[in-house]
Structures are given as C-alpha cells and as structure tokens.
Write a protein that binds this ligand. Structure first.
Ligand SMILES: *Cc1c(COP(=O)(O)O)cnc(C)c1O
Length: 430
C-alpha cells in the first residue's frame, strides 16, 4: 500500500478544505465589523442550531434590539397608549422611518422616501404613477423598457400595467450570468419610452447595474428610471439623489431585517411629487385625511403615495437595522460583503470546480452584489441535502445554488462550513 498521501483518494481535498477553514478564521479575525454578528438573535442551540445561514438576502435575521422593540410596542405604544399612538408617532412613522432609510440606505435628502405596502404593491403604485405621468405629458410615450432576468414580480406587475395603460413592453435580454449593460438600454430607449425598470442588483446573478450611466441614457430621451433596490438596499451605496434616479423601491425584510412581510420603502425624487398620481387613492394620502370630505385631493409631498393605514407592526423592526448600518458604516459593510463573495469565488475555483461547479455571478468585484450563485446540474438535490444538514442557501432555477451573504450577520466560518458540505456531497456522488 502506498504511503504517499497524494495517492489516497480524498486526501488532497481534505488538505485544501482544511486551508479553507483556516483562511475563514483569519478573515473573521480581521473583520472590522465582526462585532455586528453579536447583535443578532442566535440561530438556535445544540443539535438543531443552524450551522450556516446563507439566505439573509431572502429573509434577514432578527436583531436582539428588534425583539425588545416589538415587546415594547406591545406593552407601551400599543398596550397603554392605545389609539393615542396614532397622533403621538404612528401617523408620521412611514415618513420619519422613510427619511431614515433615505439618509442611511439610499442617499436621499429628506421628504422623498416613505414606507408603504408590500414590495409588489409598492412597485405597482409607483410604476403605474410613473407610466401615467409620462403618458399625460406625452401620449406617445407608450413603451416600458425592462429585462427578462428581473425578478418575476417586477415583470408581472409591468405586464399588468402595460395592459391597463395600453403600453408595450420592450424587453432587454441580458446575459444571465451578468446583467443589463448601458449599451443594451441605449439600443432600445426612444422618445416613446415612459419608464426604464430595472434592478440595481440582479436577484439571480448579483450583477450591479451601472445606474448612473443608464439614468443618463434614459433621461436623454426623456424617460424615467425606476430602480428596484431589493438586493442592494443596505449593502451597497445607492446614491439615488446623486445619480438622478427618478423612483426607487426596495424590500425591508432582506438586508434591512424588518421581518417576514415587512413593508417596502419607496423613493420618489422631489421634482416629481406634484406631477405623479398614484393609483390607490386612499384616505391616508389625502391632503386632509381627517376632514373626510367628498373628493380625493392628494396630499402635497410624499404623503400622497400612502394609501391606507400603514402596517406599523411590520414596520418597527426596520429601524434597528438602519441604526446598525449607520453605526457600522456602509463602506465597511460593502468591503466585508466584497470579501465574503470573493472568498466564495476563490473557494469554488480552488476546490469545487473539479466537481463541475461553476460561478455564474460577476467576477469583477465592482459589478457584484452581496450574493454569489454557483451552478451544478444536481443543485436542486444538493440544496435539499444542505437544508437537512442545517445549512441554508437558496435553490434558483434552473441549476443554481444562491449563496446570500449578509455582511452584518454572516461569518466567513459559516461560508467555509457550507462549501465544505457541498464538496462532501459532491465527492460522495462521484
Ligand atoms: C424580494 C423581491 C421582491 C419581493 O416582493 P414582495 O412583494 O415583497 O414579495 C420584489 N422584487 C425583487 C427584485 C425582489 O428581490
């Protein structure tokens, strides 16, 4: 029998993966914002504890501060202040919390951001308002530009609005492992375009769209830009005011950890407030909601985009993560996020490529958001097996495993655990 370790099956892999865990420990020790991990509610204990949570971009983990805040809400603002809390804080909360998100997450001056309904409903309201606004100023603006790789809700909502307004959908077909590039937008926008709808970070590939260049191209033909920031809000600098984006929508239960079903935030640049009318004209968006008069008259400013009683319970959890993002600093958060995704890519190239695993996210750091999708023909069953081992990534059609890395809560050690398990599962299949 040979004594050369190189001859023994599996030996080299084990050696390399040992290195992976060592490298993860080094990176965790050097992590400037490692302290933020202790702010989260632990992921269970003992046998049933989650070993690696790589889905913080689908449902962020709760902060301990949020646990206290929800308890306080029940005991105090709701339990004892009761209906008086509407006057004392809740009526203004969609706008005050919106301003906090505007300042910390979006780079928006006050008075342009609010919390509303679910992301889907928010997208509907603001896209519908933008399309109607464009059609009112020029009835020839009958096309909406979007891309085939955008999240389903974005595509479906646009389909419905096109049917309602007699608009035409103009599809960009991006490379699925990257995303929409400015040249593709330039090739399709015309003076007939009402709105260009796209995601800042693509939900599958993690491609970061060049919003500054795309906005300039759209504005050159008089079209508006609506940016979906679901996968970028809280991990990337948005700079909506600086880039001149017209409208943005984003999810608050992903990187903002607002909790399941937490309502979305919406941004509308101040220059559009008087021009845009949203389609769900409820009493809370009225100029004088408590007069309860005969006809609808939209409130000045952002309040006009509110429809009815806002979901306060779903909203309170967002504030603590916004505070934490401010405390940690978006630049440090982005630096850690880039280090996490780069760690995955290097590990896949070094250890998993030999099993046929491919990286289908951008390799250029600046063009990659906070997740990495890897592809393998057995991804569906690998994901199921990982879940049964308390390692939680996401399966994405047709053959992707999406590793979502939330920089405030994910450790490099967790990533190493997940990659080692994937290697282990694939080695057993050979
Ligand atoms: C997560 C996500 C949504 C979710 O919409 P909901 O109405 O909250 O279910 C919408 N768009 C994008 C791009 C997303 O990533």
């Amino acid at each position: 029998m040979s004594t050369d370790p190189q001859d023994r099956p599996g030996r080299t892999e084990l050696h390399h993966l040992h290195e992976l865990h060592e490298r993860a420990a080094e990176l965790d020790a050097a992590d400037e914002i490692a302290w933020t991990r202790d702010r989260f509610v632990p992921m269970g204990a003992g046998e049933s504890a989650v070993r690696a949570y790589l889905d913080g971009n689908s449902l962020g983990r709760p902060l301990r501060a949020t646990q206290r805040r929800i308890n306080d809400l029940i005991e105090s603002a709701w339990g004892t202040r009761l209906i008086r809390s509407w006057d004392e804080e809740w009526m203004e909360l969609p706008l005050t919390l919106g301003d906090r998100i505007g300042a910390v997450v979006l780079g928006a001056a006050p008075g342009q951001t609010f919390i509303g309904d679910s992301t889907t409903v928010m997208l509907y309201k603001l896209l519908r308002a933008a399309v109607a606004g464009a059609l009112t100023s020029d009835p020839r603006r009958t096309s909406i530009v979007l891309d085939t790789e955008n999240f389903p809700t974005d595509r479906y909502v646009a389909e419905g609005i096109a049917a309602e307004t007699g608009s035409r959908l103009v599809w960009i077909e991006p490379d699925p492992s990257t995303g929409v590039i400015p040249e593709q937008v330039a090739a399709v926008v015309t003076e007939q375009t009402s709105v260009v709808l796209l995601s800042h970070v693509a939900y599958k590939s993690a491609w970061v769209a060049d919003l500054a260049a795309i906005t300039e191209i759209a504005h050159d033909v008089g079209a508006l830009v609506l940016s979906d920031t679901c996968h970028s809000g809280g991990v990337l600098r948005e700079d909506v005011d600086a880039t001149g984006i017209d409208i943005a929508v984003g999810c608050s239960y992903k990187f903002l950890n607002g909790g399941p079903g937490a309502p979305a935030y919406g941004y509308v640049a101040a220059r559009h407030h008087d021009r845009l009318r949203q389609p769900i004209q409820g009493w809370m968006g009225h100029a004088e909601p408590f007069v309860m008069g005969p006809g609808y008259r939209p409130s000045p400013g952002m309040r006009r985009f509110i429809s009815g009683t806002p979901p306060i319970l779903g909203m309170v959890g967002i504030a603590d993560t916004v505070d934490l993002i401010e405390e940690a600093g978006l630049d440090r958060i982005r630096a850690k996020s880039t280090a996490l995704t780069r760690f995955v890519i290097t590990a896949v190239d070094t250890h998993l490529a030999r099993h046929g695993v491919r990286v289908v996210s951008p390799r250029e750091d600046a063009r990659r958001g906070a997740h990495v999708t890897i592809a393998h023909p057995d991804s569906r069953s690998i994901c199921a097996q990982l879940w049964s081992r308390d390692i939680i990534p996401d399966f994405r059609e047709p053959d992707g495993i999406r590793l979502g890395l939330a920089p405030l809560s994910t450790s490099f050690a967790e990533v190493a655990i997940a990659l080692t398990e994937i290697d282990d599962l694939l080695r057993r299949r050979r």
